[in-house]
Every structure is written in C-alpha cells, then in structure tokens.
Design a protein around this ligand. Structure first.
Ligand SMILES: [Zn+2]
Ligand SMILES: [Zn+2]
Length: 408
C-alpha cells in the first residue's frame, strides 16, 4: 500500500513531462518487473505487480506503447505541439489519475470497502490528489518551457529538440530510479516541482520586467513596440528587433522595416506582443491589431522576406565551403532568416505536410553532398527550395482563407 502511494506521488513530475511514456513503463514493470534481475525483489515492483490484470494486459501495454510513440512524435513536431498545448495539463492529469487508480485499486480493496460505508473511497481521493498535483506541475512546466519555445518555437536551432530528448530521458531514468530509491525519488520530485515553480515565476516576470512605460499613458510597453497597446500612442524611439524577437540595444532605423521584422518573429506589428496562434490572420491579445488584415499586406510582407533571399543564398554558399559540418550552421542560418517568417503562420496540418515535403526533398539532396563541386550548391539549393515550399504554402493558405470579399 505505502509503496503504491509513494510511487504515485514521486512519479508526478514524470507524468507531467511524458504521461504516456511513464504509464507504459509503469505497466511494463508491473507485469514483468518481478522477473527482472536486480529490481525483481524491490518492494515497489511487488506493489506494482499487485495492480489489476487489465492494467498488465497486452492490450493495455500495447495501447500505451502506441500512445507513447504518438506522444514522442507530438512533442517533436512544433505544429502538433502548438495544437496540443491547450489540452496538455488535462491529458497529463487524466493519465496520472487512471494509473494511480490502477495501482491502488486492487491492493486496497479492503480499505476502500471499509471507507465506502462513509461514502468516500480513499483510493479515489488519493488519485484525485495525484491528478491535481500533476495538473499543477504540468502547468508550471509549460510556464518554464515558454522561454525555450519563445526563442526556438520551430526548433530552428535545435533547442526544442534537446529539451524533448532530455524530458524523455528524464522520464525513463526517473521510473527506474523510483523503483530502486523510492524515498530519495520523492525528495527529488519535490525539488523538481520547486525548481519548476521558481523557473516559471521567473519566466513570467521576465516579460513584464522588460517593458518600459508608455510615453503618454505610462502603461508597460515592449521596448521594440511601435505603439502603446493601450492608448495606441506611437513610441518615439522603438528599439530594433533581434534574431529571436527580443529587443536589441540600438534603436530601429526604419519603421516600415520594423513592422516586417516584428511579423517575421511572430510578434504583433504594433505592440510587439507574441502572436501565439498558428494562423495567418489573428488578432493580437494585447492590442487587438489583426495580423495581415488584407491580402495586399501579406504580399508586401512576402516581398520583404523575398528580398532577404539573395544575401541568405550567398551566406549559405559560403557555409558550404566548410566540409560536412558547414551544413548545420547553414541550415540554422536560412531557417532563422527566411523560413520562420512564413512557417509560424501556417495552420498545424499545412505546417506538418510542408515540413514532410521539405524533409523528403532534403534527404534526396543530401545524398549528393559528398560529390565534389556538386556538394557546394546543395546548401543553397536546400535554402532556396525550403523558402519556396513555405512561401507557396503560405500563398495557398492566403488564397483559401482570405478569399472572402469582406477581408480583401
Ligand atoms: Zn500608452
Ligand atoms: Zn498588439
């Protein structure tokens, strides 16, 4: 009994990171753990083994495996991840609720029967506590990771990938660690929750700290915003936009170019707040400005991004002079410079499809890379083709979505 309680409590951070992977590992250990060397006689394993038969059935284990695989794919793909964000905490707490119920149910049947006469099952209550704990931990995790996704939402520099791998490894090692050192795991789980709390509070405050008072109404305004989100007063000297959408130290030079740069970093062209949806037209959550209100606006934007193409191609050609490893900085460079500007506005399904086309094309192209001379044009070709594929996807999107006369 105590081991099941301990396990469910200490595994909260694991369920908040990778719920289906954690559930799959738990079911596998419940079924086969007792036959495994070293961990077979662990009290936690024996407690897990007492879970109901349905939890240890092939059907349950295989379904969890399929869900864990889907989860891995979903966390890797920025488009799917963005789509799942709203459901995130609910799925995680739901999975932890079911697993906790499975772990406690059978073992504690006698106690439940005793308590049910009082109208309350302690197992249900406990599972509820674990589910709420998972919900809160998942919410804090999202807050802390917001910084990563703000910098690298589309995984352009691979930061999001590294975080994804780390979390999967954390869950895998965490489950094994929990079996061998249950008490220590509980302490570490508490420390993880505390760390997440501090991190998310810091990330949330950081945004507000960055802002400066508006020149007219003193409302907090981003240093690189063209207007105040509240009174719409134009700011005298907005700062330039950095590669990751952050304000830079020097002032911007051209206000029209600033509009395109803010949009290219998925920020509101007026108040510089982040545009979170994956859609061409969306109204800013801070000031209500609609991105790409007209088709002409989007065409002017696409032209402004196109103007970056020659220089980016040239830089890519220079990168391809570095044998083998030159591809990596080259790809990061053209993604940040061109692709992100279009990709962030595609809806999830179109985004996934385009990403798939690009991947297939690039595998083909990279086969030619080892050939001398031909290899030199591969990187610029990758840059050009990616740019064109995403540009076309966005144009198609605009033609279908902005076709209504009301918005033309
Ligand atoms: Zn103002
Ligand atoms: Zn705005």
């Amino acid at each position: 009994m105590i081991e099941s309680v301990l396990y469910s409590l200490a595994s909260i951070p694991l369920f908040a990171a990778r719920p289906f992977l954690a559930a799959f590992l738990t079911a596998v250990l419940a079924r086969w753990g007792v036959d495994m060397p070293f961990i077979g006689d662990s009290r936690v394993i024996i407690a897990l083994h007492h879970s109901p038969a349905w939890f240890q059935s092939w059907g349950c284990i295989l379904s969890l495996l399929a869900l864990a695989a889907a989860e891995y794919w979903a966390t890797k793909d920025p488009d799917v991840r963005g789509f799942m964000e709203d459901l995130d905490s609910w799925i995680k707490s739901g999975v932890s609720l079911l697993v906790t119920l499975a772990l406690i149910e059978k073992e504690d049947a006698a106690l439940i029967q005793k308590l049910q006469s009082q109208g309350l099952a302690v197992a249900d209550l406990w599972a509820g506590v674990v589910a709420v704990g998972t919900w809160i931990t998942a919410w804090m995790r999202r807050g802390a990771l917001a910084l990563i996704y703000e910098i690298d939402d589309d995984d352009d520099i691979g930061l999001a990938s590294v975080i994804g791998w780390t979390e999967s490894a954390f869950t895998l090692i965490g489950v094994l660690f929990l079996i061998v050192f249950p008490i220590l795991s509980l302490v570490l789980a508490g420390l993880t929750a505390l760390g997440l709390f501090v991190a998310q509070a810091w990330v949330r405050r950081r945004e507000e700290r960055r802002k400066q008072p508006c020149e007219r109404c003193a409302a907090p305004v981003y240093p690189h915003a063209l207007r105040c989100p509240l009174c719409r007063h134009p700011q005298a000297a907005p700062r330039a936009v950095g590669v990751f959408g952050q304000p830079r130290a020097h002032a911007c030079e051209d206000r029209q170019a600033q509009v395109w740069q803010l949009l290219a970093r998925k920020r509101c062209p007026d108040c510089a707040a982040r545009l979170k949806e994956r859609a061409v037209q969306q109204s800013c959550k801070s000031c209500g400005t609609v991105s790409f209100a007209t088709r002409r606006e989007l065409e002017a934007y696409a032209d402004a991004i196109d103007a970056r193409l020659p220089r980016t191609l040239l830089v890519c050609a220079l990168f391809s002079a570095i044998p083998v490893v030159g591809v990596i900085p080259g790809v990061i460079y053209y993604r940040l410079n061109l692709v992100t500007a279009f990709r962030g506005y595609l809806p999830p399904l179109t985004g996934c499809l385009t990403r798939f086309y690009v991947r297939v094309l690039h595998w083909g192209l990279l086969l030619f890379q080892p050939i001398p001379l031909v290899g030199a044009v591969i990187l610029p070709l990758m840059c050009w083709s990616t740019h064109m594929l995403y540009r076309r996807a966005l144009k198609n999107e605009v033609q279908t979505r902005l076709a209504e006369p009301a918005v033309l």
